[in-house]
Ligand binder design. Structure first.
Ligand SMILES: [Mn+2]
Length: 270
């Protein structure tokens, strides 16, 4: 089987919140990431294609096509691809249970890791009280969020020209709002509770664009983050351990050399 000689091979890859179809999607960085990693199983944990944005205006550059093609190529090469739609690609929820050209569509999944631990894998909007009970409020929030991302996109074009690294305005702003912190913590707590209810050892989700791995609520809480701001993903290694990959940091290390305490330094050598 032909595969990229230098690719990092992992058991499972978890990606969410790509928001293909929006200007915010960091498709170039995502393509680099998909070239660097090969996985036996790939979970797309929701908000992969942004149907909300596509409805209000078509934005689909070649790079977004390339991402889709890259994922389909991995399926042709034997990867299992499971797509768990989120609220921005809820139009795909009509096809749950269907196998579309090798892509399994499901509402959620139970993933058994190599070490026997079981994880509930789900986008997470199902437990977002704002999205569930006030859809207009979520859409309003989406507008404010889009405005922040718009500023962020242009700010980063300027930063790139100045030779500076990618910097996330809205991630920075969100983390400085106390309400956002409460919101994140409440979301994490609800998802952890659902994992316990389903007798899983943890949950792997997305939706809030805030990557994390911790067990502060009694079970593992793993959030894959996003490819709009933070460019993060979660990988499962062959021993069952989960690792949060912050792609911009990995790339920086590849250019200027890794810090010695960072786990991906050894992965690269393997
Ligand atoms: Mn979402």
């Amino acid at each position: 089987m032909a595969q990229d000689m230098n690719a990092i091979r992992v058991r499972t890859l978890f990606l969410s919140d790509l928001h293909l179809g929006t200007k915010g999607c960091q498709a170039g960085a995502l393509l680099d990431f998909l070239r660097a990693y090969e996985a036996d199983t790939i979970y797309l944990v929701g908000d992969i294609v942004d149907g909300w944005k596509l409805r209000s205006g078509w934005y689909w550059p070649q790079a977004h096509n390339d991402v889709v093609q890259k994922l389909l190529r991995k399926v042709r090469k034997g990867a299992r691809l499971v797509y768990l739609p989120g609220n921005h690609d809820e139009f795909l929820r009509d096809y749950i249970g269907v196998n579309l050209g090798g892509i399994e569509l499901a509402d959620h999944a139970l993933h058994e890791a190599a070490d026997g631990r079981r994880y509930l894998v789900i986008h997470g909007d199902q437990f977002d009280l704002v999205v569930r009970h006030a859809r207009w409020l979520a859409l309003l929030g989406d507008g404010a969020y889009s405005a922040a991302l718009f500023v962020n996109t242009y700010l980063n074009i300027v930063r790139r020209r100045l030779g500076l690294t990618y910097w996330s305005l809205s991630a920075w702003a969100k983390l400085r709002v106390k309400n956002a912190v409460n919101y994140i913590s409440r979301f994490e707590e609800l998802l952890a509770a659902e994992a316990r209810r389903q007798e899983a050892d943890g949950v792997i989700c997305g939706h809030i664009h805030h990557a994390a791995i911790h067990d502060g609520f009694g079970v593992a809480y793993v959030n894959t983050g996003d490819w709009v701001e933070s460019c993060t993903a979660v990988v499962e290694h062959y021993d069952g351990s989960l690792q949060l990959v912050r792609w911009t940091e990995v790339q920086r290390d590849w250019v200027i050399g890794p810090a010695f305490d960072e786990p991906h330094a050894s992965e690269r050598a393997a």
